[in-house]
Design a protein around this ligand. Sequence first.
Ligand code: NAD
Length: 311
Amino acid sequence: MASIGWIGLGHMGGPMTANLVAAGHTVRGFDLSEEALAAAVGHGVTAAGSIAQAIEGAEVVFTMLPKGEHAKAVYLGEGGILETVGTDVLLVDSSTIDIESAQALHDAAAAHGNRFVDAPVSGGISGAEAGTLTFMVGGHDDAVRDASAYIEPMAGNIIPTGAATTGQAAKICNNLMLFINLASTSEGAVLADRLGLDRKVFWDIASVSSGDSWALRTWYPLPGVVPTAASNNEFAPTFTTELAHKDINLALSAARQTGTPLVLAEQVSSMFETLVQDGKKGLDCSAIVQLVDGTHQPGAATPATTTGGAA
Ligand code: NAD
């Protein structure tokens, strides 16, 4: 069994490491949040006091961090991974980050002599807990093949995407569609309510009809329909509005670089921006429905707990 270093034990990294431990691997983890670290220790991760401690003796290192700036700090910054890691260690970044940052990590790892893959995931907290995430893995064939062996206990699907950064490209386009689907589901759900339809009856119809989507089945934004959806739990976060805003803007940035008009993404981005600016960056992204049903009030408090949801 392998010795694995892990940086970033949040909503996703926590349950992902639980599955590696359950598969018999030794996982040594580090997170800036003591709460996240303590939760991971609760499911068998060995706590490290620094990045250097987490990666000591590891044959593979995973990172699961919020944004490109965090990933760059953890790999390239003072006390970061590339400062102390041995050149035989395989590096896997599963964060969702911008393509430029992902390329910078590929380049820096290669210059240091390490193999690196970008390996973002889809499937949300529920997929992380169940070990059924879809991994999109970009990089050299041999690194992708070797990373896949370590990824396996966390994955339902492992899909090689091609050259460096193509994993991030796939993830960015997937989440562009996800958040537009979430916004359209919010509009359909609220309108159905106001037309007098029973909530569950409408969901039963849409989920087997052409209005179906993963967002509808997993993140239904009105309560009392999908039991694990954050709408039943005052939008306690499974995937925050802040991260949703980040992801849709990754798509908009890529769109600008490729001259691609993304009219719907612009609109959905501005909706998430409103929530973020009005103090709701820590709420679940399905709180976008509040801009449709009129319950949005600037300055709402951020709940401290999480639900067992999804992305
Ligand atoms: P999160 O904010 O819950 O977890 C990130 C963790 O990284 C936090 O615990 C934070 O303390 C830690 N961290 C930040 N900087 C650090 C540093 N310098 N050193 C050590 N730890 C550091 O985020 P999450 O929901 O787990 O998402 C992680 C990534 O996965 C994001 O890129 C997100 O877009 C992506 N993602 C999330 C979901 C989801 O449903 N939550 C689904 C798919 C992909």
